[in-house]
Design a protein around this ligand. Structure first.
Ligand SMILES: NC(=O)c1ccc[n+]([C@@H]2O[C@H](COP(=O)([O-])OP(=O)(O)OC[C@H]3O[C@@H](n4cnc5c(N)ncnc54)[C@H](OP(=O)(O)O)[C@@H]3O)[C@@H](O)[C@H]2O)c1
Length: 330
């Protein structure tokens, strides 16, 4: 089985495509032939051994995929060989075959292409929980999305637009600004120019009701300062590489609520929120919502794809085409 193996902890150059042993199905598990997989920022963190959880190298990289069921263990009743499925796992997805627990898989609806199926789950679930479960988004209010050109950011822009908010997308390049305008963002703010806090206040007259922050660093405090009284700030991640230290007088003065969550552990603590989000997102997919797909790479080029993600160059979701059906993707 061809797979992108992190041979040691480090940068994307530690990842090479090699032959590995076929994964074996254990009780409760399903073997999937991967058609397409999607990159997520935590893939980089796991390879660098900077994630919340450490995975001993060597390991097969990749946390999100879609493909066809090849084999199920005897105790699995909800899937059969040939079923189209999408799933999330910690590692193992950038490979021709992956084994995961049946509870980590969802059926892929007819009509959903492999790239969309692979790239939807993590970004849109995260965005939904940030906006709705924690952010309590309101139609007509100002919503600031940091890292708007990235996977979670672009999904947050999509959903916030669908939910009727006035979306202020914070991003870095003209290409990304065009991409975000096309997806319906109302105002674009360039994070690379000085005085971000002042420009965000200008972009959100009266203040923002909600900030979605997958970036951290200095942009976090700038966005918090642009909140209206009683606003919500949702901590999603730290793609800037810097965990911000926020002066606590800011939420005091603003009556603001700062919250955060981890998709990985949310089902343990709030299965109700996870079930409600999955129901709402399935309905949006049925009505035509599709993830923004940026670059599509072959399995042999996983290291290049990870480098682009690391440099913050990937727009929307980066897809790895793997199986015969997935290889037809452009
Ligand atoms: N809490 C959760 O459950 C959860 C779930 C999924 C992901 N996450 C976290 O959310 C963050 C974003 O994930 P993602 O998959 O959306 O990543 P991504 O696709 O790489 O997007 C990150 C975006 O952040 C922006 N950015 C700002 N400063 C940056 C810098 N110094 N270097 C790189 N990018 C920078 C860039 O967008 P612009 O150029 O448009 O500003 C970039 O595209 C990660 O920290 C990830 O671990 C958390």
């Amino acid at each position: 089985v061809r797979a992108a193996l992190a041979q040691a902890w480090g940068g994307p150059d530690c990842v090479a495509v090699v032959d590995v042993a076929e994964p074996v199905v254990q009780p409760g598990q399903v073997l999937v032939g991967v058609e397409a997989a999607a990159l997520n920022y935590p893939d980089l963190l796991l390879v660098a051994n900077r994630y919340q959880i450490s995975v001993e190298a060597p390991f097969v990289v990749g946390s999100e995929f879609a493909g066809r069921v090849i084999e199920v263990s005897d105790d699995v009743v909800q899937f059969r060989p040939g079923d189209r499925v999408a799933g999330a796992t910690m590692v193992g997805a950038f490979a021709e075959r992956v084994v995961v627990g049946a509870d980590q898989l969802d059926p892929v609806p007819d009509g959903l292409d492999w790239a969309s199926a692979a790239g939807f789950g993590v970004a849109y679930r995260t965005a939904y929980h940030a906006l709705v479960s924690f952010g309590r988004i309101r139609a007509g209010s100002n919503v600031i999305v940091l890292g708007a050109g990235g996977g979670v950011g672009a999904a947050s822009v999509d959903l916030a637009v669908l939910m009727g908010a006035r979306v202020i997308a914070v991003t870095s390049t003209a290409d990304r600004a065009d991409f975000l305008r096309d997806r319906g963002a109302h105002v674009i703010v360039d994070r690379t120019e000085p005085e971000l806090a002042r420009r965000l206040k200008q972009a959100a007259p009266g203040g923002a009701a909600l900030v979605v922050d997958p970036v951290g660093g200095s942009a976090a405090e700038a966005a918090l300062r642009a909140l209206e009284w009683g606003g919500e700030f949702v901590v999603v991640g730290f793609a800037s590489g810097e965990i911000p230290r926020i002066p606590l007088n800011l939420p005091l003065i603003k009556g603001a609520r700062i919250s955060g969550f981890e998709l990985r552990t949310l089902a343990q603590h709030r299965p109700d929120l996870v079930a409600a989000a999955d129901r709402a997102l399935s309905e949006l997919v049925r009505r035509g919502l599709r993830p923004a797909i940026g670059a599509v790479h072959d399995l042999d080029h996983v290291a290049t794809a990870l480098e682009e993600l690391q440099r913050g160059e990937a727009i929307g979701k980066t897809i790895i085409r793997i199986g015969e059906e997935g290889r037809a993707l452009r």
